[in-house]
Design a protein around this ligand. Structure first.
Ligand code: SAT
Ligand code: MN
Length: 599
C-alpha cells in the first residue's frame, strides 16, 4: 500500500465548496485519486480550448489519427485494441444487495465482493496518467427529466467522446451543485486486457465502475451504464421509463407531427429509422421526418396523462458499416466534419471507409494493416462514428425542449427471418407489454459472441435493464391507470426473409409507409384485421405505391401463420416461466389468453 498522496488540485472552488453540494464530489474525487494514483487531475469544463488540447494530446500519442481534412475537416480515426471492439455482456454485472433484485436477466455479484474485486484492479492504475473528472448531464441541461453524473476516467478518448455524446462541463457541474445528486462513474482503460475487464453497476449506490475497456458502451459511462442500467433502476423508483429506444417525429402534409419511440436491439437500424428520408412521393406530398434521438429515450407521464420523452444524449454513436447515401443520407451528411471514427478502414487519400459505403476499395483495414479481403472486412463490423446530434440535417427543432415530446406510438421490433409479419398492433397496453416482453431477435456484432442466434430480448433491454425483468414488466404495466393517455403499441419486423434468404421488405425510407399506417391507427383512420396476435394491416391498408412485392412477400409480410405462432407462444410461456414467482400474473395470463385463441 503506497502512502496517501495529497492532491492539492483536487478541490474545485477551493475552501468555499466546504459544506456545499460539491463537497461530496470533491471527497469522492480525492478518494479515487488516492486509489488510482494519477500523475495529474483535470476537471473538464467542456470548452473548445479544452477539446482542442485533448485532440492534440491524442494526436501526439497516436491514439487519434487525422483524416483527410479537405473531405472531413476536424475528423479523426481511433483504432482500438483489437480485443476491445464491443460490449462484453459476460463481464457486465448488476451488483444489488439482494441477488433477486438483479434478476435472471443480469449477471450478479454481491456489492462488497464486486467493489473489492474491481478496486484491486483500480489500485495504482492511473500512475503516470492524467485523471479526468467529467461532470455531465444526460438530457437538455434545463430539463426536469434530465439527470447528472460525473465520470472519472484516464482515457482522453473517453473525454472527447463524452463531450460529443453528453452535455459535459461547467453547466453540468453547476446543475450538480444546485441539485446535489449525481451518478458516480469510475473508469480506467487499465491494461486493455480482456482477462482484467469488468463493467459493474451498483444501482443502490448510483455508482458505476468500469475497468479494462475503452469501447463505447463499456467506457462512455453516461450511455448504457448510466442512461439505461442505472436510470432504469431510478426510473422504477420515481415512476418513469428509461428505454433503449429511438425517438422520431413524423410530420404529415397537414403539418401535424406525431412522435414515435421505437425499441430495437443494437445494430438493428435504430439510427436509420430515426433519420429516415421519406420516399419521393411522400416528400413531394410534404411529409417530413424529424430526429429526436437514435438510441435512448427517457419518458414520463405529463399532466395530460400522455408520455413525454427526451433523448438523454447529445450525439450519435452510430454503427458505420452499411451507412451510405442510400441507406442513411442524413447520417452521412452529419459525419462529414467534426467526427470521431472508431475502427473504420481508410482509402488511399485517407478518407474513412466501411463496407456498404460505396464502391471504392480501401487501402488500410481497421487495424491499420494493408487491406486484404481474405482477412475479413476492412472496417470492423461494429465500427462506429461519434458525432453531435446538432450536425444532423433532420435534427428536430423540438429535440431539446425541456418538457420533452409527446409520444403517440411505441414500437418494438427485432430481426426475425421467419414467422413475424411486417407490422401488427397490440390490442391494449397489457398486450403491448407482452409483445415487448416476448420480443426476440437474432444477435448482432454490437456485443461479443455468436452473431445471428435468436434470443429473447425484451424491449431490446436484455443487456441494459438494471434490475429484475419481472419487476420491469410490472413497472411497465403500472402505467396503465386512471388518467393515463398511453400511446398505442406496435411490433415491426423489417428483416423477414423469403425462401431464397433475401429480405422481403425494402426497408429504409419505405418504412415510413408502415409508420404512416400506425399514425392512421392512432387517429382511428386506418384499417386492420383482428387476429389472435393483434391487428394486422392487409397489404391494401398500406400505401404501397411504387413498391413492388412478390406474391410470396405479400403473403409473408401481411400474413398470419397460426401453427408457427402457436409454437412461438409455447416459447414465450417458457420464457416468462424463467422468472418464477417474481413474475406478476398479468403477463402469463395474457400469454394464456392468446395461446387459447391460437388453438
Ligand atoms: O453499447 S454501445 O452504446 O457501445 C452500442 C450499442 O450496442 O448499442
Ligand atoms: Mn444501443
Amino acid at each position: 500500500m503506497s502512502a496517501a498522496i495529497d492532491y492539492p488540485d483536487t478541490r474545485i472552488g477551493g475552501s468555499e465548496t466546504k459544506g456545499s453540494q460539491l463537497d461530496a464530489l470533491n471527497q469522492w474525487v480525492l478518494q479515487v485519486a488516492q486509489l488510482t494514483e494519477p500523475a495529474a487531475i483535470h476537471w473538464c469544463d467542456g470548452s473548445d480550448s479544452e477539446y482542442a488540447a485533448l485532440l492534440e494530446t491524442m494526436q501526439a500519442d497516436g491514439s487519434l489519427l487525422p483524416l483527410n481534412t479537405d473531405t472531413h475537416p476536424n475528423s479523426w480515426l481511433h483504432r482500438s485494441d483489437p480485443d476491445d471492439v464491443a460490449r462484453v455482456e459476460h463481464l457486465t454485472f448488476v451488483c444489488t444487495s439482494d441477488r433477486d433484485d438483479a434478476g435472471p436477466n443480469n449477471h450478479w455479484m454481491a456489492p462488497a465482493e464486486a467493489h473489492a474485486k474491481i478496486d484491486a484492479l483500480f489500485a495504482g492504475c492511473m500512475r503516470g496518467r492524467t485523471m479526468y473528472v467529467i461532470p455531465y448531464c444526460m438530457g437538455p441541461i434545463d430539463s426536469p427529466l434530465a439527470r447528472c453524473g460525473v465520470e472519472i476516467t484516464d482515457s482522453p478518448y473517453v473525454v472527447a467522446n463524452m463531450r460529443i455524446m453528453t452535455r459535459m462541463g461547467a453547466a453540468a457541474l453547476a446543475r450538480i451543485e444546485r441539485e446535489g445528486a449525481f451518478v458516480k462513474g469510475l473508469h480506467s482503460i487499465g491494461e486493455l486486457d480482456p482477462e482484467r475487464r469488468f463493467i459493474m453497476h451498483f444501482p443502490e449506490e448510483l455508482t458505476i465502475k468500469s475497468y479494462g475497456s475503452g469501447y463505447g458502451g463499456n467506457a462512455l459511462l453516461g450511455k448504457k451504464c448510466h442512461a439505461l442500467r442505472i436510470a432504469s433502476y431510478q426510473a422504477r423508483q420515481e415512476g418513469w421509463l428509461a428505454e433503449h429506444m429511438l425517438i422520431v417525429g413524423i410530420e404529415n402534409p397537414q403539418g401535424e407531427t406525431h412522435y414515435i419511440a421505437a425499441a430495437f436491439p443494437s445494430a438493428c437500424g435504430k439510427t436509420n429509422l430515426a433519420m429516415l428520408i421519406p420516399p419521393e412521393s411522400y416528400r413531394e406530398a410534404g411529409w417530413k421526418v424529424w430526429t429526436v434521438g437514435d438510441d435512448i429515450c427517457w419518458m414520463r407521464p405529463g399532466a395530460d396523462g400522455r408520455l413525454y420523452a427526451i433523448n438523454p444524449e447529445a450525439g450519435f454513436f452510430g454503427v458505420a458499416p452499411g451507412t451510405s447515401a442510400r441507406s442513411n443520407p442524413n447520417a452521412l451528411a452529419s459525419i462529414q466534419r467534426d467526427t470521431i471514427f472508431t475502427n473504420v478502414a481508410t482509402t488511399a487519400d485517407n478518407q474513412p471507409w466501411w463496407e456498404g459505403l460505396d464502391e471504392r476499395t480501401p487501402v488500410k483495414d481497421w487495424r491499420g494493416r494493408d487491406h486484404d479481403p481474405a482477412k475479413g472486412p476492412a472496417a470492423h463490423p461494429n465500427s462506429r462514428f461519434t458525432v453531435s446530434a446538432r450536425q444532423c440535417p433532420s435534427y428536430s427543432p423540438h429535440a431539446e425542449d425541456p418538457q420533452g415530446v409527446p409520444i403517440s406510438a411505441i414500437v418494438f421490433g427485432g430481426r426475425r427471418a421467419s414467422l413475424v409479419p411486417l407490422v401488427f398492433e397490440a390490442r391494449d397496453w397489457t398486450h403491448g407489454v407482452l409483445v415487448g416482453a416476448s420480443m426476440g431477435s437474432e444477435t448482432t456484432a454490437a456485443a461479443t459472441g455468436a452473431v445471428g442466434v435468436m434470443r429473447r430480448d425484451p424491449m431490446a433491454m436484455k443487456p441494459f435493464c438494471g434490475y429484475n425483468f419481472a419487476d420491469y414488466f410490472a413497472h411497465w404495466l403500472s402505467f396503465d391507470k386512471p388518467g393515463a393517455n398511453l400511446p398505442k403499441i406496435f411490433h415491426v419486423n423489417w428483416f423477414r426473409k423469403g425462401d431464397d434468404g433475401k429480405f422481403l421488405w425494402p426497408g429504409f425510407g419505405d418504412n415510413l409507409r408502415v409508420l404512416e399506417w400506425m399514425i392512421g391507427r392512432v387517429k382511428g383512420e386506418a384499417e386492420a384485421v383482428d387476429t389472435p396476435i393483434g391487428a394486422l394491416p392487409r397489404a391494401a391498408d398500406l400505401n404501397l405505391e411504387n413498391v413492388s412485392l412478390s406474391p410470396e412477400a405479400r403473403e409473408k409480410l401481411f400474413g398470419f401463420d397460426r401453427d408457427g405462432w402457436r409454437a412461438e407462444f409455447e416459447g414465450i410461456a417458457a420464457y416468462l416461466g424463467e422468472f418464477g414467482g417474481r413474475m406478476a400474473p398479468t403477463l402469463p395470463a395474457e400469454q394464456k389468453r392468446i395461446a387459447t385463441t391460437l388453438q
